[in-house]
Design a protein around this ligand. Structure first.
Ligand code: ADP
Ligand code: MG
Length: 327
């Protein structure tokens, strides 16, 4: 009897797997190309699910946008040095978690890096380094410890005029986690949220096999150099090959070292594997600033996080549980 049950359930699961299909939709969200894929039995359910995920990402974009003058984030920034701003519990919690990541990374990841935002464009328009005095003045306004969070009143205060927060290094990850969570709660058994190469997966492909991801070597004509299989996991890459500026023949990435206000150098690509895209996103940025040695030292102490770094000489460095099979 037991054998028959096992056979029946095998038959059933194969039947379900064979009827499942994946459905995808691409759109530009948060200034990046997002491709959302869901695995489903029914096309209408799949389409509704894709729409729900997209709506969620837009909702978060409106919450954390520094461009949208009406966003909660802009209100916090406009009131720097003036007064505390009451925000939603969601934004408050996100800032709180960001503070924890700042502590973990000794300030390499820091939302207040944005005080130097206007000194750099990273769109190829720069021809010279920002004025050193302007840089110094901006760095004076960087410091995650300065952000005043009041849990009772749910208020955020940036105590210095000129202070500013920006979610560029964590927002996409948070949005991908939130969209994924909504879809999981809705009963979508598998899918991928791909935000310009930052992947957040759950479940399996329609045929029941694991999602796989290829890691690209930016030094080698974008050739995939290793494949990993993923289940319920996020993989995020911060690289200087998409957004950077060149001054006097030197390449500067869009990741700012909060100590100097100048883009960090030394690492050209940092890929982080973690359970949540939010953490992977923020840590990838932090490791960029920390450099190979301190970065890997941190990763090797954290549970369930792995890293693959490529330095500016093209050398690949991995955290202790990663083995690369070159092909
Ligand atoms: P990508 O946008 O390529 O995924 P990241 O996730 O690494 O790259 O985020 C880089 C963005 O993070 C920058 O464009 C900027 O908005 C922001 N940022 C830069 N330096 C820092 C830093 N030290 N701490 C926090 N955020 C930063
Ligand atoms: Mg990041």
């Amino acid at each position: 009897m037991k054998n028959i049950l096992v056979l029946m359930s095998l038959f059933l699961s194969n039947f379900i797997l064979s009827a499942q299909k994946s459905y995808s939709e691409s759109s530009i969200l948060m200034g990046s190309s997002f491709e959302i894929t869901v695995v489903a039995l029914d096309e209408d359910f799949a389409k509704e699910s894709l729409a729900i995920a997209k709506k969620e990402i837009i909702r978060i974009e409106n919450l954390i946008s520094s461009w949208d003058q009406k966003s909660e984030t802009s209100r916090i920034n406009k009131n720097a040095g003036i007064g505390a701003v009451e925000v939603s519990k969601e934004l408050f919690d996100l800032i709180f978690r960001a503070q924890q990541i700042s502590k973990l990374s000794s300030g390499a990841f820091d939302l207040t890096f944005a005080a130097v935002d206007k000194l750099w464009n990273f769109d190829g328009r720069e021809s010279e380094m920002p004025n050193p005095d302007a840089l110094k003045a901006s760095v004076f306004n960087i410091g995650y410890q300065l952000i005043e969070l009041n849990e009772q009143s749910l208020t955020v205060f940036l105590p210095k005029k000129g202070m500013k927060i920006g979610f560029g290094a964590i927002g996409k990850g948070y949005a991908a986690d939130s969209a994924k969570q909504l879809l999981v709660e809705r009963g979508v058994l598998g899918g991928i949220i791909n935000a310009s190469g930052d992947m957040n997966t759950w479940g399996t492909k329609p045929d029941g096999s694991s999602w796989t991801i290829g890691i690209v070597n930016p030094m080698n004509n974008k050739k995939v150099f290793s494949w990993f299989s993923l289940e319920h996991n996020a993989v995020v890459t911060s690289g200087d090959y998409e957004k950077f500026t060149q001054i006097n023949g030197r390449r500067y990435s869009h990741i700012i070292d909060p100590r100097t206000g100048i883009p960090s150098q030394g690492i050209v690509s940092c890929t982080i594997f973690a359970g949540k895209a939010e953490l992977a996103d923020a840590i990838a940025t932090a490791i960029f600033v920390m450099g190979v040695e301190s970065g890997l030292f941190l990763i090797d102490q954290l549970p369930d996080i792995e890293a693959i770094l490529i330095d500016d000489s093209g050398i690949i460095h991995c955290s202790k549980n990663i083995e690369i099979e070159e092909n």
